[in-house]
Design a protein. Structure first.
Lengths: 200, 200
């Protein structure tokens, strides 16, 4: 190996990132080093700031600087509807859509029994406690986990636990995405679109 | 935007990396933050070590911790042949092949007139000075820049400047790569393979 040791170490660290293989880790590391100290300093200081200033909101679990987070503190949000998602990206996506004005609960991922990730690992207890402690203030829980195996497993588990607490439990609609061509849709999407058809 | 500001800043920094778009920058940033402090600390300390300990070799321009670099200092390397490459990755690749036992000269990229990158920007002066100052010790210069527009432009420029210094100037052979299927090769590769055919 003809790379100096600190460069080899940096390549190894970059390889730990999702979607970064050996070749792209090498390209990233060399790009950083060849760009000079200011490029590395910019990345280092933003990493340190993120590490030191971002935490999880103690109410909803979303990433935030202030605890509770701005969404939980916003009096204009509807506290009777809770949207449960598996990650902070999903909050950002739903907020971007502008289609939801209630509050969120952010799990730490989705239940994945095959990978040994159980309900307690993703924080379902905190959600159930939050709903229970709201004493009827939370009336509906929308299960907005992904429509894949883990997301469905999480939704099935949560709906079973939530219903005895007296809340309405809903799931995001399934069907054709905007702009889709029917000819190109997979079977499950078409089946779900047919099952969920609505009178117009 | 519902991400806290330090996270937005981190996403922006990651977007500056080559091949990292807005979506993967977001995924990388969230992965780092959700992995916890040790993951970020590992990356930060390897970035700082790379920034502080890696420099360019004052002889060949390769990345190194010690100056001169281990390759330049190795008495077993053949100092009469110089292999000119455009980046440190290329040294690593050629070293890995085991096919070269001379010394290297690493340019800072390739000449790209369309992007305003001239010979002085990639450090051709240092190479010419090195060859001149060797007083005949360097007998051959292999131009191992990439077989693309910029690499060819660099090779053409360098060969014109190097020949008057009395060295043999060569270029890496062009032809079929190992394991290739002729049916799948582009026209230029086939033309070069025909032009460069050798008696067996």
């Amino acid at each position: 190996m003809s790379f100096p040791e600190p460069l080899v170490k940096l390549i190894e660290e970059l390889r730990k990132l999702p979607g970064v293989g050996p070749k792209s880790a090498q390209r990233l590391a060399l790009h950083l080093i060849l760009s000079g100290k200011p490029a590395i300093d910019g990345l280092v200081s933003s990493l340190v700031a993120a590490r030191d200033r971002i935490r999880r909101c103690s109410i909803c679990g979303n990433l935030t600087e202030a605890d509770p987070c701005p969404l939980c503190k916003d009096p204009r949000r509807d506290g009777s509807v809770l949207c449960v998602v598996a990650s902070p990206q999903d909050v950002a996506a739903i907020e971007r859509s502008g289609g939801f004005k209630g509050l969120y609960h952010v799990l730490r991922g989705a239940i994945a029994p095959m990978d040994g990730v159980g309900p307690e690992d993703v924080g379902t207890d905190e959600l159930l406690r939050r709903v229970r402690d709201s004493k009827g203030k939370i009336k509906e829980v929308i299960l907005a986990t992904n429509p894949d195996v883990e997301g469905e497993a999480t939704a099935v588990y949560l709906s079973k636990e939530l219903k005895p607490l007296g809340v309405i439990v809903t799931r995001l609609a399934r069907g054709l995405p905007q702009g889709a061509e029917i000819d190109y849709q997979d079977d499950i999407t078409l089946i779900k679109a047919l099952e969920g058809r609505r009178e117009i």
